[in-house]
Write a protein that binds this ligand. Sequence first.
Ligand code: SAM
Length: 387
Amino acid sequence: MVLLVTRATGGGVGTGVTVKGGGGVGAGVTAKGGGGTSGGCSISTAGGDVLGGGGERPDNGGVVAHAPTPRTAAASTAARSHAGNRAIERKSSTMSRGEPLPALERTLYVVATPIGNLRDLTLRALDVLGQVDVIAAEDTRVSAGLLAHYGLHARLVSLHEHNEHKRAAAIIESLSSGKRVALITDAGTPAISDPGAALVRAVSAAGFAIVPIPGPSAVTAALSAAGIATPQWLFLGFLPVAAGARRAALERVRTLPYALVFYEAPHRVAATVALLAAELDSRREIVIARELTKRFETLHRCALADASAWLAADADRMRGEFVLIVAAPDDDGTEADAGEHDALLRPLLAELPLAQAVRIAVAQSGAARNRLYQRALTLQKMVKASS
Ligand code: SAM
């Protein structure tokens, strides 16, 4: 058995992760609905023990940490407590042994929970979930199972995409009265294709501290095991449902020099994989990561052109939860030319046999025969699938 351990540099998480044997994953670029969300924001922070730390918090890539101006008397009290938290942060950032710390009053803990295997709950998550007064959970029935498994008894309140704003007000009330609150979702890290961002924003704006308790997330689990050597990746979460919007979302990213990472549900995975092969260069590699950390965990790597056939070969391969990772395009202008090639091939294929269509397209474009041939095959499959 070989265990791969990475070296966190300067206590940073997410950037600068060193992967043995070259080829890092980790310097993530995150976009929801096609738009980035990382630049120039401000957040409040509070303490916690920092593993591998040393010195102040690591550089956050343009994110400025500060305490917002409190707006009410309650918020003022919160701000005082917040200042205390910052002091704890300074002290604790020199710790590296990870002693358990008491959960702080007037603090919202954003806690990652397992994506399948219940033993993936971190020790810190266990500490915090065992101490908070209230846990806001996406589906209280799902989370009740997790709490029962660990013998935890905090009060659960529901917080999902339809009540997040309303619930935020109640949670701010709880924090004002000195409570400790945790936020969890059904699986993985809150706010990653899950509710949580609006609550965090509201709580932060009210002057209370936010503490992340990092842990499992399907996106990082899949990337860590995909073996896709790319310094940058773009997380697109779920593609839109409507056909036009799905295509448009891919059109926006097809030429970007990043690996593309998607979440997908079982009833849409076949259609999404077919769409990726049709809209992106079908020679790009895909890793299909299914049921991570669970009994039927599968990681399959192939060319995009072959992915639909692999899925269709066994109905079980379409069951469960999926992360799809498409490797970055080759640095040869492949994707930039793809639209042009499609425009040339489509009308030819509508009238002529494949070989003849490809011959004419090669003569007109000067592109490599094999490249146009592969693309023509994909286009032909798409036409067949849609007729
Ligand atoms: N917040 C979660 C996280 O941090 O990963 C994601 C929640 S999102 C609503 C659920 C999606 O995550 C699933 O549809 C699937 O695409 C992905 N996912 C969650 N658990 C997974 C698993 N065990 N294996 C593969 N993908 C998973």
